[in-house]
Design a protein. Structure first.
Length: 521
């Protein structure tokens, strides 16, 4: 049976027009006028826009793809495909144990992945979800497989073994390689090691995706210089993850990459605060690299706490992204301990006052009770206005990415609001983008960049990943105070030609699949 999206305005990267869209099987078979015929299923799109499904270029639903609530939250924003494997830590290659241990508060444990490589991870996606997922090979996971908990530079033999794991992952269909150079174990990898892992990515025409070193913001030049050196050494195309800083810094660093001859894109979400593991800024990386039992033993020992207070926390105070005011800038989003359920949504400072302890003890108590399974929303010193973010989003290299983390009772609103917020704030309200430009930033651009095949356009012969948007009603409702609000204005979504959201309700079909890098672009 054909499906006809009838009477809407079709928006493609190249423009918009009134037309019907006919879908048969997984493909768009015709775009034109008056396409409905007897026996077709008709979706009334009058007054609404028909767009290609959005691609979340930086996703953290790796272990949550089968979760109905997560799928609904994504589909209500218009997201039909995600790029998983971000920030250097995920399930493949290997048995997934390290990601489940270290990144449990970010990606969650994978419900079905039994271990293996990229091919096995992508196969586990097929038919289990309403979303598509492509995969960037996480360099930290690769390092873990070869070097374990070592903090030393990799040897030449270890680099060779890691590079072969990456090459196999690219043969399995990965779209690139990711690093998380503020996380463990990525923080211990030097530029030579990263270049060795990036070389097979470049040979396969994949993308080097980097959560770069140095904490972003005013320190961005350090990370950008390293990215440029790796791109020059390998010839790789690059993509900068969640590139957030003041607009003049972001734009100047992108200019620097262009001047260096680097083919670069980036993602940035429409919020100013970040979200990460609570332990990441507050514990020394060498300590975080140890087994959880050992870390918990150290941070719960009074003498060790005093040592951290004396020797480490002054370094936390010096970090440009936090500074001495860090207890009032960190909001507790997820604590895997019932003992601290009361603290969700509170800053470390406020929680410490309520608990009758100082901020350092409160933070370490939370990490101890949760066995490090805690994440937090991180404020920034300079809360950039919409007008400044608009300058960043107007850059042609920008792509939509939520960096959304669904784990937690009081998560960052970006998980449920990012793409609806783009449309409300940067299309309808500020006119930073036209609707066709929005398609370029949120769908066609990332689909092309990450080689997702015939996705990202509304043209005959392309995969029918389609969303129907009410241009006047689309909006985000999630906020920092109320982060669980659901996006509005997108109630009908097709994935591979199958309705997965109809009239605002999830459908039973699960046509999502693991997307392998395609040469059909």
């Amino acid at each position: 049976m054909r499906i006809i999206l009838q009477g809407g305005t079709v928006v493609d990267r190249d423009g918009e027009r009134r037309a019907d869209v006919a879908v048969e099987g997984e493909s768009i078979v015709e775009v034109g006028a008056d396409l409905a015929r007897e026996g077709d299923r008709v979706i009334d799109c009058a007054g609404r826009y028909v767009l290609p499904g959005f691609v979340d270029a930086h996703s953290h639903v790796d272990g949550l793809l089968a979760d109905d609530d997560v799928q609904r939250a994504q589909l209500k924003q218009g997201v039909t495909s995600v790029i998983a494997g971000q920030d250097g830590v995920s399930y493949a290659p290997g048995d997934g144990a390290y990601a489940t241990e270290y990144f449990a508060a970010i990606d969650g444990p994978h419900p079905s992945y039994a271990g293996g490589g990229v091919a096995e991870y992508l196969a586990a996606v097929n038919g289990t979800t309403r979303l598509n997922a492509a995969y960037v090979i996480p360099a930290g996971t690769v390092r873990w497989e070869v070097c374990g908990r070592s903090t030393a530079p990799a040897t030449a033999a270890e680099r060779d073994t890691m590079a072969e794991l990456v090459a196999q992952g690219m043969r399995d269909g990965a779209v690139g390689l990711s690093t998380g150079l503020d996380y463990v174990p990525g923080i211990f990898a030097d530029a030579n090691e990263i270049a060795a892992l990036t070389a097979p990515v470049a040979q396969a025409d994949g993308v080097y995706v980097s959560h770069m070193r140095g904490g972003y913001e005013a320190n961005s030049s350090e990370g950008i210089d390293e990215i440029a050196s790796i791109a020059r050494a390998t010839g790789a195309r690059v993509h900068v993850s969640h590139f957030h800083a003041e607009a003049h810094i972001v734009l100047a660093q992108l200019d620097a990459l262009e001047a260096a001859g680097v083919d670069a894109t980036f993602d940035a979400y429409p919020y100013t605060r970040g979200c990460t593991l609570l332990a990441m800024p507050l514990l020394p990386p060498e300590l975080s690299a140890q087994p959880i039992d050992d870390v918990v033993r150290v941070i719960s020992d009074p003498a060790e706490r005093e040592r951290l207070r004396r020797d480490w926390f002054p370094e936390v105070d010096r970090k440009a992204s936090l500074g001495p005011a860090w207890p009032s800038m960190i909001t507790l989003a997820h604590i895997a301990s019932p003992e601290y359920a009361w603290a969700h949504g509170m800053t470390v400072q406020d929680a410490a006052v309520r608990a009758g302890v100082d901020a350092i003890d409160l933070a370490l108590d939370v990490l101890t009770a949760s066995r490090l399974q805690a994440n937090a929303v991180m404020a920034v010193r300079y809360d950039r206005p919409v007008s400044e973010l608009a300058q960043i989003f107007a850059h042609p290299g920008h792509m939509g990415g939520s960096d959304g983390i669904f784990i937690g009772a009081h998560p960052h609103p970006r998980a449920r609001g990012t793409f609806a917020r783009y449309l409300r704030e940067y299309v309808r309200e500020t006119e930073t983008w036209t609707w066709p430009e929005a398609v370029g930033h949120l769908s066609a651009g990332p689909a092309e960049r990450f080689a997702l095949g015939r996705r990202g356009r509304v043209v005959e012969g392309w995969v029918a990943d389609l969303i129907v948007v009410d241009p006047q009603a689309v909006a985000d409702t999630a906020s920092y105070d109320h982060p669980l609000g659901e996006a509005e204005g997108i109630d009908d979504v097709l994935v591979a030609g199958v309705p997965v959201l109809a009239g605002g309700e999830l459908q039973q079909a699960t046509p999502g699949r693991g997307l392998r890098r395609s040469s059909d672009r």
